[in-house]
Ligand binder design. Structure first.
Ligand SMILES: [Cu+2]
Length: 410
């Protein structure tokens, strides 16, 4: 054991020495440079970030996991990368939010809840044009977290036109992306809880100039729906017959064609359900708002129906944002493994290694993990009431067991 430790220490020391001797001569130069030269081009970086090629796509909740919209890219006169996005706000959108056929009367950015994951690199000039559709009845805005001028903050305090865009009008928010991290964006028009709960929110990732270690990446946005129903929890756990074939079935030899893909139509699943579970009348005098359905990425139990297929020994990174209204706390817990957690994603060093992280409203971070052993593992909120109301999913981990390797949590 001691010999292994000593060997490891020697290895780390020699790597550190090589690295520092390599980078030290450039250190003074890069500290003051506005955009330090990177060894990777914008195009190469966008490619390893899995930037979507179809920017007009409306990702399904399954596709949302890996749909990264990096915008329309150009360069300004100084050579700075410019990324342009368009978000169209539409009210009265009918969004399916459970396999049982529950429909949410939503307000959306680009027709989905959550809105598209906006992905940029630190130092980029970001332009986001928000169009409030003509048919809408309410003003809306776009408030992005991170650093920017007040006029681009999407808040009407101070009389900024971007704080409330009238129906039929548009506003273009502009900022230099900084600092790197993972952020929520949302409408900031009052009553703000209503504008958020209706569905006007999404995730924004600002990547560091030097790429993070490469691994398979996913986006998870936690939310809830106050459907103004009195009855808590109109959803039910999906019966096993509706699940996609899992690894256990595969081993039992009854795997079906295409069963390990994530491509099953969600609409097809809804046809199994003959009637949407009924909702009772609202209690008289009950004024406190609450959520009836909780989800990750917009649809209750979606990743139980379509387990996320992972491989043993492979590294995964999840960008996670909590946009739950009315409940103060949300969380994510993964079974069978531990993850390194980077609060807000604003540092290269992880804060701790855990299997559960608690998130208040607007909280976010980055999780990095591997699985050593194959099998089906749950991931879910550690609030059991949320779990039963939709916030639960499955990892279908495949491959041979791997020897446990120490996680780099420092
Ligand atoms: Cu709004």
């Amino acid at each position: 054991m001691f010999r292994q430790d000593a060997y490891f220490l020697a290895l780390v020391l020699s790597i550190t020495l090589i690295f520092s001797s390599f980078s030290f001569p450039f250190l003074n130069l890069s500290v003051y440079a506005q955009t330090p030269a990177t060894h990777i081009s914008q195009q190469q970086y966008d490619k390893i970030k899995n930037c979507a090629t179809d920017l007009s796509k409306k990702p399904t909740p399954v596709e949302y996991l890996t749909y990264f919209n990096c915008g329309h890219v150009s360069k300004d006169q100084s050579g700075r990368t410019v990324r342009q996005f368009t978000l169209i706000v539409q009210e009265h959108q009918k969004i399916p939010i459970s396999y049982e056929g529950h429909i949410f009367d939503a307000w959306t950015y680009n027709g989905t809840i959550p809105g598209p994951t906006i992905r940029v690199t630190e130092g980029d000039l970001v332009r986001i044009r928000v169009i409030n559709s003509n048919e809408n009845e309410h003003p809306h805005s776009l408030h992005t977290h991170s650093i920017h001028f007040a006029k681009n903050d999407g808040v009407s305090m101070g009389g900024y036109p971007g704080g409330a865009i009238s129906p039929g009008r548009s506003f273009t928010y502009e900022f230099i992306a900084q600092p790197y991290g993972v952020y929520p964006y949302h409408c900031h028009v009052d009553p703000i809880a209503d504008h958020i709960n209706r569905g006007l929110y999404g995730m924004m990732i600002i990547d560091p100039r030097e790429p993070r270690p490469q691994m398979t990446e996913m986006a998870m946005l936690l939310n809830g729906y106050d459907m103004d129903y009195d009855q808590e929890g109109p959803t039910h756990l999906p019966p096993a017959s509706l699940f996609e074939t899992s690894q256990q079935d595969e081993k039992a030899g009854n795997v079906t064609e295409g069963a390990n893909s994530n491509e099953t139509s969600t609409d097809a699943n809804m046809t199994h359900v003959s009637a949407v579970p009924a909702i009772k009348e609202k209690d008289a005098g009950k004024s406190e708002r609450d959520n009836e359905i909780y989800t990750v990425n917009g649809k209750a139990f979606e990743y139980m129906m379509h387990p996320i297929v992972l491989q043993t020994g492979k590294q995964y990174r999840i960008y996670i944002v909590n946009m739950l209204e009315f409940d103060l706390v949300n969380s994510i817990h993964i079974h069978g493994s531990m993850f390194d957690y980077y609060t807000a994603g604003t540092d290269e060093t992880s804060d701790y290694n855990t299997d559960i992280v608690t998130l208040t409203q607007g909280d976010r971070g980055i999780m990095e993990f591997t699985y050593d052993y194959p099998g089906t593992y749950m991931f879910h909120a550690h609030q059991a009431e949320f779990t039963d109301l939709g916030w639960m999913g499955l990892f279908d981990v495949r491959g041979d067991p791997v020897n446990h390797v120490a996680h780099s949590s420092t």
